[in-house]
Design a protein around this ligand. Structure first.
Ligand SMILES: C[S@@+](CC[C@H](N)C(=O)[O-])C[C@H]1O[C@@H](n2cnc3c(N)ncnc32)[C@H](O)[C@@H]1O
Length: 353
């Protein structure tokens, strides 16, 4: 296909084609008269390039993505990176929108303003907050990097100073047993990581694993080629409503603060059929008294460093969560399984088993 036809077909300019050629992304063969001739492979690549460009991916990254033969891992990774960039941009714009809204509302409700420095200070704070977040958005959770050695590190951590993953396999088996007890057919597992719960449960039920880390999901896929996966977040609107018998989550809930946990419970309920149950196995304290007891114990032992590790995350306060869930009319059941790990069941309407 000659340059003119290609330009017409894709509504692009000859100049754009020249740039892709100069960058060594799409290099057509030359006819005897030196005219360009785009073959099928060039056309396919051009289509992919245009689509990726529409998604906002820079040309240098597109070049990498389309180089050599199709590399699925690279493509997923590249798209995920762009997804994070878009997500970040949306958050920045939301932040700007809120600041503007606040300033307008304040102006409407105050006396005549002669000094505008207050507005500008606010805008300055908002923009520097955005800038700061921009510099560390790439792997804000650190889970993408942890994915490579997650399974090994769990084993290595067992018996460690805090022994956070004590009886890890037993915990997952406990969740799996509960899932069977509920006679669940469809299960959604949030924060599924490398798919270890699927290894215990998934084969017997229709399982969907959800995680915000694409690297964790890719690991799960290598281990379990038939696993159904989805990139997602505790705090997003449920992407499928009222379809699941059980929502599970193991060792992930402690990454949400209390307000986020409340929001997550509401959203997770959205996945469930009437009578469905949320089963969370995670690091928790029974109540604040127990939490302070642990703090005192570690500090007396001279292990402030260990208390720092606990404090860095948000172990659920079970009684506080129970109170919240009960206010919403949910039923709550909990039991201690290992060291810091508890099992929490939250059920809507019909009773727990
Ligand atoms: C410690 S790992 C646990 C993985 C797995 N459930 C297990 O039991 O081994 C925590 C997982 O939660 C995921 N995660 C953390 N915060 C999340 C969020 N807000 N939404 C979805 N996944 C999240 C992380 O990406 C990570 O894969």
């Amino acid at each position: 296909m000659n340059t003119k036809k290609v330009c017409n077909q894709f509504s692009i300019s000859p100049k754009a084609l020249r740039i892709y050629e100069d960058l060594d992304i799409i290099v057509p063969n030359r006819e005897e008269n030196n005219y360009r001739n785009y073959n099928e492979e060039n056309i396919l690549k051009l289509r992919q390039l245009i689509l990726l460009k529409e998604m906002g991916i820079p040309l240098k990254n597109i070049k990498e993505l389309l180089a050599k033969k199709f590399d699925e891992y690279k493509i997923i990774h590249g798209l995920d990176l762009q997804l994070k960039a878009v997500d970040n941009k949306i958050n920045e714009l939301k932040n700007i929108k809120n600041t503007l809204e606040q300033s307008v509302n304040e102006a409407l409700n105050s006396d005549r303003v002669t000094d505008y420095s207050d507005y500008f200070n606010k805008i300055d704070r908002c923009l520097s907050g955005n800038k700061e977040k921009r510099s560390n958005w790439m792997d804000k959770w650190g889970f993408d990097s942890w994915a490579t050695n997650y399974d090994d590190s769990i084993k290595a951590n067992v018996g460690g100073d805090l022994n956070l993953f004590e009886n890890y396999d037993l915990v997952l088996e406990g969740v799996s047993k509960l899932v069977s007890k509920h006679k669940a057919e469809k299960v959604i597992d949030i924060g599924c990581g490398t798919g270890n719960l699927y290894g215990k449960t998934g084969q017997n039920v229709e399982y969907t694993g959800v995680d915000q880390s694409v690297e964790m999901l890719l690991k799960a896929r290598v281990k379990y080629p038939n696993i159904k996966l989805r990139l997602g977040n505790f705090l997003e609107e449920p992407f499928i409503k009222n379809e699941f018998d059980v929502v599970t989550s193991t060792f992930a809930f402690h990454h949400l603060n209390f307000v986020e946990k409340q929001k997550a419970i509401n959203l997770l309920m959205g996945y469930l059929k009437i009578g469905g149950t949320i089963i969370i196995a995670d690091l928790m304290f029974l109540n604040n008294k127990e939490r302070l007891k642990e703090k005192e114990y570690l500090i007396q032992k001279g292990r402030e460093d260990l208390w720092g590790i606990i404090e860095d995350e948000y172990y659920t306060d079970i009684e506080e969560m129970k109170k919240y869930a009960q206010q919403l009319g949910y039923k709550v059941k909990y039991s201690h399984i290992a060291n810091f790990t508890w099992m929490l069941e939250i059920c809507c309407k019909e009773g727990l088993m």
